[in-house]
Design a binder for this molecule. Structure first.
Ligand code: BTN
Length: 243
């Protein structure tokens, strides 16, 4: 990964540039597009992803995981969030770093990274995947109250290139494991680092707000929350959120 590296001073969204380049057959598997500044960065649930120029990592990686069926898309979310987790946990006591379902990285109860994966499906397999990653590294100003950065947590500046390299190495590691079609280890790891698992928290779904406890994530990524009445509810992405 990263042998083909496109570095742009500025662009709308590295995910969108990647989609355009892919449509023109300009990308090899493992290609990375990175920019100092996104003018229209995309987040999950149609949100914007804002990141001040030059301070954080905003990049996308191009994969062709044909060995994954359409029903296995969540394996990619697991793999990418665990890669980020491995890199960040090296800086901090591991007990403060978690993955919030489906794939936010949480450091000291605040979001430090977000992932936006856009897959194309053909013949029931994932023909290509655009993995967009935004990691707050050296940002100190204008962070949302629910967000943080590495610099805020560790009071020092980080080298963006070094962290990018670390992430790519971890991605390669998990990608190889997944290629062997043995997902057990990755599932166990993901579940063991799941934010608020077995803890009471306040959620909102299509029906209303409720106290619940995350019990598990199914292989296909469905989240199971036990409500106050002991009823187990299952959610797809976007059907529930933590308040
Ligand atoms: C989220 O909402 O948590 C996902 C954020 C993903 C942001 C990254 S930054 C690089 C890539 N390009 C985009 O437009 N978005 C992703």
């Amino acid at each position: 990964m990263g042998k083909q590296l496109v570095s742009l001073p500025s662009c709308h969204s590295t995910n969108d540039v990647m989609a355009q380049m892919s449509a023109k057959n300009q990308l090899h598997e493992g290609a990375i597009i990175i920019t100092k500044h996104q003018t229209k960065g995309k987040g999950q649930r149609g949100n914007e992803w804002n990141s001040p120029a030059g301070q954080n990592l905003t990049f996308s990686i191009f994969l062709r995981p044909r060995f994954l069926k359409a029903t296995q898309q969540f394996e990619l979310n697991r793999m990418v969030s665990l890669s980020l987790l491995d890199v960040v946990k090296n800086f901090k006591d591991e007990s403060r770093v978690f993955v919030k379902w489906p794939n936010d990285l949480i450091l000291n109860k605040k979001k430090v990274a977000g992932i936006l994966i856009e897959n194309s499906i053909s013949q029931n397999a994932i023909s290509e995947s655009i993995v967009g990653i935004g990691l707050n590294v050296n940002q100190t100003e204008n962070l949302l109250p629910t967000a943080t950065s590495l610099q805020q947590q560790f009071n020092k500046e980080f080298e963006l290139e070094k962290i990018l390299l670390d992430i790519v190495q971890r991605l390669e590691h998990y990608y190889l494991i997944m290629r062997s079609q043995d997902f057990r280890f990755i599932h166990e790891l993901y579940e063991s680092k799941l934010y608020l698992k077995d803890k009471v928290a306040y959620y909102e779904d299509g029906i209303g707000k409720f106290n619940g406890i995350i019990r598990k994530v199914y292989p296909d990524g469905v989240l199971e929350i036990e409500d106050e009445g002991g009823i187990y509810k299952k959610y797809q992405f976007k059907e529930v959120r933590l308040l």
